[in-house]
Design a protein around this ligand. Structure first.
Ligand code: FPP
Length: 249
C-alpha cells in the first residue's frame, strides 16, 4: 500500500463502514449467499490491517443490524457463526497481536444468544489495552435504537427536560468516548445510510464505492481516505471561517 499518497496531517481519526454486497457477490459467483459473508470476513480482516498501517484510530463496521434478524433463519445462524467462530475465535489472537482493540456496539437484548455475548466480552477483555486501532463491530445495532436507548437512559436517571441537550444525549450513546466518524464508507454502489450511526455521522464525509464488500481490500480503504482528503470540511461554517477557527481540514 502506497502510504506516501496520504497527507498525514489530514487523516480521519474514525472511519465507519457499511460492508454491503456480500449476497450479490456470492450470487454472481453461483454460490450461496452465506459464502459472501464468509468472504466478507476475509475482507474485513484486510481492511482492519490497512487501518492499522494507516494509523486510523477507530474503525466501526456494520456487521448485523436490528433489522437483519428478519433474514432467513439459516442466513442469520450463519452470520452469527461467522462473527462468533471466525472473527471472535479464530481471528481474535491475530487481531490482538497487531494491537487491535475489539469492541461491540448494539443492543444486548434477548435476541443475542448468551454464548455470543460471552465471546464478545472475552474478545473485548483480551484486547482492551491495545492501542493500534479500535475495531468496533456494530452488532444488533440500529441508529434509531441507539438514540432511543440514550433517551431511555436520560429518563431513567431523572434528567429534566431543561437538562437535555446534545452533550447530555451523547453521554448515553453506545460509544461516548469515541469521536464521531470523519469518514463514512459504503460499498456495493448503494447510496443509503441504512440506519447506521445516525447521530454520529451528522458531519461525516460520505464516500460510496462500487466494489462489493468481499472484494474490498486495504487499497480500497486507502482510496476512500484519499477521497476524504480531497474534500473540504466546513462543519456548517464558510471555508474562510473554518481556516480561522483551526478546525480539522
Ligand atoms: C451486507 O451484505 C452485509 C451484511 C448484512 C453483513 C456484514 C457481515 C460481514 C461482512 C461478515 C463478516 C463480519 C464480521 C464482523 C465477522 P448483504 O448480505 O446485504 O449483500 P447484498 O446487499 O448483496 O444482498
Amino acid at each position: 500500500m502506497d502510504l506516501s499518497r496520504l497527507d498525514p496531517k489530514r487523516m480521519p481519526r474514525h472511519v465507519a463502514c457499511v460492508m454491503d454486497g456480500n449476497g450479490r457477490w456470492a450470487t454472481r459467483q453461483g454460490l450461496p449467499r452465506t459464502e459472501g459473508h464468509r468472504a466478507g470476513e476475509e475482507a474485513l480482516l484486510d481492511a482492519v490491517k490497512g487501518a492499522v498501517e494507516m494509523g486510523i484510530e477507530y474503525l466501526t463496521v456494520y456487521a448485523f443490524s436490528t433489522e437483519n434478524w428478519r433474514r432467513p433463519q439459516d442466513e442469520v445462524r450463519f452470520l452469527l457463526g461467522v462473527i462468533a467462530d471466525d472473527l471472535l475465535t479464530k481471528r481474535r489472537n491475530e487481531l490482538h497481536e497487531i494491537g487491535v482493540r475489539i469492541r461491540f456496539a448494539g443492543r444486548r437484548d434477548w435476541r443475542v444468544p448468551k454464548w455470543i455475548l460471552g465471546r464478545m466480552d472475552e474478545a473485548a477483555e483480551l484486547t482492551r489495552r491495545n492501542k493500534a486501532t479500535t475495531l468496533t463491530v456494530a452488532f444488533n445495532y440500529g441508529g434509531r435504537a441507539e438514540i432511543v436507548d440514550a433517551v431511555r437512559a436520560l429518563v431513567a436517571e431523572g434528567t429534566s427536560a431543561r437538562q437535555v441537550d446534545e452533550r447530555a444525549l451523547r453521554r448515553h450513546l453506545y460509544q461516548p468516548d469515541v469521536p464521531d466518524p470523519d469518514l463514512f464508507v459504503r460499498t456495493s454502489g448503494e447510496f443509503r445510510i441504512s440506519n447506521f450511526l445516525l447521530w454520529e455521522i451528522a458531519y461525516s464525509e460520505l464516500v460510496f464505492m462500487d466494489v462489493l464488500w468481499p472484494d474490498f481490500r486495504r487499497g480500497h480503504l486507502l482510496e476512500a481516505v484519499l477521497e476524504y482528503q480531497n474534500r473540504e470540511r466546513r462543519f456548517g461554517l464558510t471555508g474562510d471561517q473554518r481556516d480561522h477557527d483551526g478546525l480539522p481540514g
